[in-house]
Design a protein around this ligand. Structure first.
Ligand SMILES: Cc1cc2nc3c(=O)[nH]c(=O)nc-3n(C[C@H](O)[C@H](O)[C@H](O)COP(=O)(O)OP(=O)(O)OC[C@H]3O[C@@H](n4cnc5c(N)ncnc54)[C@H](O)[C@@H]3O)c2cc1C
Length: 381
């Protein structure tokens, strides 16, 4: 792997302590959590105790006030490097918490963020509906202003943390006549009329719970509107640079995990009297992947540096998400191929990476939607 000069001593120490946390508190439970289809709340509580949840939140909300995206980068990358796909602090901290941190009233932030930092509240985001995924303008959930509250009705699907989540950022239509008049609401799982649907069975990411959510005349207090009414679409779009970049970083980390698993295997496995690693095909395949992985890492490092300078380029982040998703799937696929039959067996972790990786070309915007965004930018002037 190439040397990276974009981290200093504080980052390295943070990385080491987060890596140790994953080794001690997460990795030993992986098989058990996959079997259960969910991770326990305790892991969020332990992560919260260590300061690993929403580290960017200001001290006034109980956070560490770390205004440096590299720390969030390290969390997402190390989750990937460790091969973890159930415990997703990057979703909680970098994808969802910012809706509160950037747009919610002070009162709403105080209501939810301190407990999200300790892990007492696990966050989710509910945008996708059975008939509205890539095309969010087709969303049907409605939130009707009733004076002192909004009445929320609708159904969401494929929601990560749908079973373990306590507070969801829910997107709903507040003006039925305007397609983009969507608003965001903080909805607690204990609000009357909130129902969790099926705990969905998936191809991979077995310990990450994904579920349907139903809202049946849920009374959402007025103060739980996030930001201004009708601005939800703008808020969702404004978070995309960080959201897609954090996915890209996770892809880069997971590719490292898959690559290391494969390297270890080909060094050990003998074919035709010599290690598989001695075959030129193996060496060239690994060399190609290594070169692409280094390039992807340099790309994500640059985008992190740009974010730290206030440059939130959602088109470049879409390019990073597109390329790293395809890269991760290729590393996993070549990894399985180089493992031979073993690569198809559950007992070899590369087979899990192969199944886990497939989602990254779909969620947080499909590869086709990434291409749409990039091509729109190319031909916009
Ligand atoms: C494991 C998992 C976790 C998820 N977590 C969450 C979550 O926490 N919260 C949440 O809100 N959602 C979540 N999702 C939903 C996810 O973001 C959507 O599945 C994704 O955006 C695609 O939407 P869709 O499934 O409706 O597919 P569709 O939008 O129906 O897409 C079907 C196909 O059509 C293609 N397509 C669509 N539009 C175009 C176009 N304009 N041009 C070319 N091709 C196009 C797509 O690329 C895709 O190949 C999750 C999904 C999964 C599987």
């Amino acid at each position: 792997m190439m040397k990276r000069y974009c981290f200093d001593e504080d980052h390295n120490m943070f990385r080491e302590s987060f890596r140790a946390f994953l080794e001690q508190e997460v990795a030993p439970h992986r098989a058990e959590w996959r079997e259960a289809g969910i991770v326990p709340r305790e892991v969020y509580l332990k992560a919260g105790e260590m300061g690993f949840l929403i580290p960017q939140a200001p001290e006034s909300l109980g956070g560490l006030g770390i205004d440096d995206f590299r720390f969030q980068q390290i969390i997402s990358e190390e989750i990937g490097v460790s091969g973890e796909t159930g415990f997703m602090p990057q979703l909680h901290s970098t994808i969802i918490a910012p809706y509160f941190l950037k747009y919610a009233s002070e009162e709403l932030k105080q209501k939810y963020i301190p407990k999200a930092i300790t892990g007492e509240y696990i966050l989710g985001v509910a945008m996708t509906e059975p008939d509205a995924g890539s095309d969010l303008a087709g969303m049907r959930a409605t939130a009707v202003d009733q004076g002192d509250h909004y009445l929320l009705n609708g159904a969401k699907t494929y929601i990560s943390n749908g079973i373990c989540g306590d507070v969801f950022v829910v997107a709903a239509r507040t003006n039925p006549n305007i397609p983009h008049a969507i608003s965001l609401f903080a909805v607690e799982s204990n609000f009357e009329g909130f129902k969790r649907g099926a705990h969905l069975k998936k191809m991979g990411m077995k310990s990450q719970d994904t579920a349907e959510l139903f809202f049946d005349n849920v009374k959402v207090p007025k103060e739980n509107l996030i930001g201004a009414e009708g601005q939800g679409f703008k808020y969702l779009m404004s978070g995309l640079a960080e959201e897609r970049l954090i996915c890209a970083i996770w892809n880069v980390g997971t590719a490292e995990y898959a690559f290391e698993l494969t390297k270890e295997f080909v060094l050990d496995r003998k074919v035709f009297g010599k290690p598989l690693a001695a075959m030129q095909n193996t060496q060239f395949k690994m060399a190609e992947l290594r070169a692409r992985m280094d390039m992807a890492m340099a790309f994500t490092d640059t985008l992190v540096a740009n974010i730290n300078r206030g440059d939130h380029d959602s088109v470049a982040a879409s390019s990073a998400k597109l390329l790293t998703s395809e890269l991760l799937c290729d590393v996993a696929d070549e990894g399985v191929q180089l493992h031979g039959g073993a690569g198809y067996m559950d007992e070899y972790p590369i087979s899990q990476v192969y199944a886990d990786a497939r989602i990254t070309r779909i969620f947080a915007g499909t590869s086709e939607i990434m291409k749409l965004i990039i091509s729109r930018d190319i031909f916009s002037d």
